[in-house]
Structures are given as C-alpha cells and as structure tokens.
Write a protein that binds this ligand. Structure first.
Ligand SMILES: [Zn+2]
Ligand SMILES: [Zn+2]
Length: 454
C-alpha cells in the first residue's frame, strides 16, 4: 500500500437531505477555478449542475424553485471548512451534528471536517462508525471526521490509524493539544506512509504556554494576564515541518496565528516538504488589542497576536503560503464563557460569520480580491484529498448564493449554532448568505429570502 491508498468507505458523510430542482436565473457566477466571472443562468437537477446558460436564456422546466438574481446576487462555489468542533459526542450542550452543520450551511459551507476532542475522544473505530451513522441521519451538509493521532489526545500511544482509515477517517489530529513528542509524531508519519490520511497539527509547545490566557506582549502586561508566546507555535511548526520532510510525510498546520509560523511554513515549502497551512478569520481580522475589553469571546487558542502577525497572515494567505481559510468554529455554552477571562475556555464560533467578516474586513478594504477569498475558502477540500466544489456543468451542485450588498448585524436574530460565543457578534457586516446547496439539496435559506414557487 502507499499513501495513495483509499478508505474503504466514502470519506465524506452526506446528510439525509434530498436534492431538489432549482433554476437560478441571471445570477453573477464567480468561480475563479472555473474561470467564471459573469452573469449566468444555472439549472440544478439530480444533485448536479445540469445546465449553465447565458443570462435569462434558460426557461423554468417544472423546477421546485426559481431564484431571480437580476444580475445582483452572486453565486459562488460553496465553501469547505477543514476545521470545526461539532462537540459530539459528550458536549451536546455546546453543539450537535445538526446545529453545527446548520451553522456551517448558514455560512455558505457545503462540507466541514470535525475535530476529535470530544467526550469521549474520537480515537477508535466503533465511535467513528457510530458518528458517521449519526451524521447520515442528522447532518445538514457533508461531514468528514478527523480522529485523534494519539489515544485520548494524551500523546502517549498512537490510535489504530489503519483501521480508522478503513472506517472513513479523512486524516488525523490531536487538535486542542499539540503532539508534544517528536518521536510520537515520527511514528504517526511512518503509519501515514502505510495508510494515508493527512496529519493536521495543532502546534503548541506546552512547556511554553502553560497557564497563559492571551498573547504574551504589551497588552498581557497591561492587563496583568499571563501570556502565551508566539514561539510556542512557530517552533513546533518548524520542528514538525522538519519531521515531515525527514519522514517524507504530509502534514497540515492548523490555525496559524503569527508571522514566525508563516515564515517557518514558507521555508518548509521552499525545501519541497509536503506541508500546508490554514488560517482562521479571527486571526486575519483581530489582534491582541481586541482583548483589552476582557471579552471572553476574544479568548482563542491560539490567542490573537499583534498587528504585525495579522499582516503576515494576510500576506501569507494572499501569496498562497497559507492555502486555505478554516474557521476553527469552537462553540462554548454561555455559562462556560460568562466567567472571569482567565477561567474562560478558549474558542470562538465562526461558521456563520466567516465569509461576511472576511469580505467586509479584507475585500471591501482592498486587501484581498473577492475571487482569491473564494478560492481560499474552498481550497481546504483539495488539501484533504477531497473534490473541490466547482461551478461547471455536470459538477455536484455545491454552491452558495450571496447578496454582497446586504448589511446585517452578526447575531442580531440569534444563531443557528447552539452557542453564541462569536467574536464578531454585534458587528455590522456586509455580504449575506441567502442560499446554500450541498449536493443539489437546499440546506439553508435565509429566512427573509423568498424563492418563487417554493
Ligand atoms: Zn487547535
Ligand atoms: Zn480547533
């Protein structure tokens, strides 16, 4: 076997939604990969994009729904999120398969990859099987699972990676913790050679971060909070890139948060190592200055860093050193977050705001082109060896319809997520997802958005 070996089952689990028939008339289709940036009619049938025509060229043909875009609404490939926490099993008071995937659909996503730091930890085949069965019944969009690299995320013993791959594991991660031992990661890379599956790495040297609750720097000093130095991440990125190179393995760096990590990733890439990286909207848009109000929604893992770090992350994303955006959607219950800053758990929700926050904060400010943002919000699929959502005749209908002019206040009408710990809550954002299609099924429709004959 080689790392090309496939899982025995389909890696992405589809929810129970049935594909519908839909005509989107005169929408602005934007898909940089397909070379599309023009007004088109789009017919969806049998789960696929059945027809692409000139604007107002296609006639309704018994469709259940017709959208009149009037050249004003934008149709993009639906987004792919390689990093969400669905909190199932064991923490359903924070999120469930149903609410977490519904939140993602509301954000324009057609697929997400779920992290294993649940209770119990997703570290064995029977639990993966039952989660996949539950997702087939309850999920609103496609879900893939990344089981743990080490049992119980304890960093001491590898999981049965080959068996997990056979059961549909897309890759492996100890997210929530870093793999502390270089030897343990080398072993995982050796097993990867036999069974495939990307190793996704939360990079953190725990001997440098213990007890910290925000970035170490002027703000932590001013607030009297214990700090987490950015080297706790960047030194591990450098170490693990070197190990991946040594073993000839494939690693993906999760939620990169600082300039030094971008440098380490760029150097590893230049050496020809098989490495990739993701960045979260909050690290692209916020800094440690946003922690000054001690709002626990601003407490993330890794923490918000400096403006220089933020600029380096934007540059990394623009230049392709960082290949994709991932939300690290991390729901926490209200009472868990309504405690003093030091005691609050780390994490922000992000599925429902990612596109609008990045469109408002980067695209409208001329920092990033819209086409590039769309590319980076879909690229996670390819990094995990899955098909990338693409707008073209015969492709699965994974698309999101957006009103780029609509202004809305994040959270003003509540959330689809079970939790509300969103760092962008209360902000006026521009760009509203109206409709999301996952394999031809309408998995989300904004409540005020009406379609004819539906
Ligand atoms: Zn993490
Ligand atoms: Zn995470």
């Amino acid at each position: 076997m080689t790392s090309e070996s496939r899982t025995a089952v389909q890696p992405l689990v589809h929810g129970p939604q049935q594909p519908g028939e839909l005509l989107l008339r005169d929408v602005h289709v934007l898909d940089p990969r397909a070379g599309l940036d023009a007004r088109r009619d789009v017919r969806v049938r049998g789960g696929l994009i059945a027809e692409l025509g000139e604007p107002r060229a296609l006639e309704g043909d018994g469709e259940q729904g017709v959208v009149e875009g009037e050249g004003r609404l934008t149709l993009m490939p639906a987004f792919f999120d390689p990093h969400v926490h669905l909190r199932t099993p064991g923490q359903e008071h924070r999120e469930t398969l149903q609410t977490g995937t519904r939140a993602a659909a509301a954000g324009g996503y057609c697929a997400v990859l779920a992290m294993p730091n649940t209770d119990p930890v997703l570290d064995a085949a029977p639990l993966l099987r039952s989660l996949r069965d539950a997702a087939a019944r309850e999920a609103c969009i496609s879900v893939g699972f990344l089981p743990a690299i080490t049992r119980g995320l304890r960093g001491e013993q590898l999981t049965e990676m080959a068996e997990l791959r056979q059961e549909g594991a897309i890759g492996f991660t100890d997210d929530g913790r870093g793999v502390q031992s270089a030897g343990m990661l080398c072993k995982a890379l050796q097993y990867q050679r036999l069974c495939g599956g990307v190793l996704a790495l939360h990079e953190e040297d725990e001997t440098l971060t213990h007890g910290g609750s925000m970035n170490e720097g002027v703000v932590s000093a001013a607030l009297g909070l214990s700090g987490i130095p950015t080297v706790s991440e960047s030194t591990m990125v450098a170490r693990d890139a070197a190990l991946a190179g040594y073993e000839g393995g494939r690693v993906h760096f999760q939620h990169l948060s600082c300039a030094a990590s971008v440098d380490a990733l760029a150097q590893a890439r230049a050496r020809g190592f098989r490495v990739s990286g993701e960045v979260a909207p909050h690290h692209l848009l916020l800094t440690e200055q946003d922690v000054r109000g001690m709002d626990t929604r601003m407490k993330m893992h890794p923490p918000l860093a400096t403006e220089d770090d933020r600029q380096a992350l934007i540059r990394g994303l623009r230049e392709g050193v960082i290949e994709c955006v991932a939300t690290d959607h991390a729901p926490h219950a209200r009472d868990e977050k309504e405690v003093p800053f030091e005691q609050a758990p780390m994490g922000t929700t992000g599925s429902e705001t990612a596109f609008a926050a990045l469109y408002s904060g980067l695209v409208l400010r001329g920092v990033l082109e819209l086409g590039l943002l769309v590319e980076r919000m879909t690229a996670g699929a390819r990094l995990f060896e899955l098909p990338t959502p693409l707008i073209g005749t015969g492709e699965p209908a994974n698309m999101t319809l957006v009103d780029l002019d609509a202004v809305w206040v994040a959270g003003e009408h509540g959330w689809e997520s079970r939790s509300e710990n969103c760092c962008f809550a209360g902000r006026a954002l521009r760009g509203r997802v109206l409709l999301t299609l996952s394999d031809g099924a309408v998995v989300y429709r904004e409540r005020a958005f009406a379609m004819a004959a539906l």
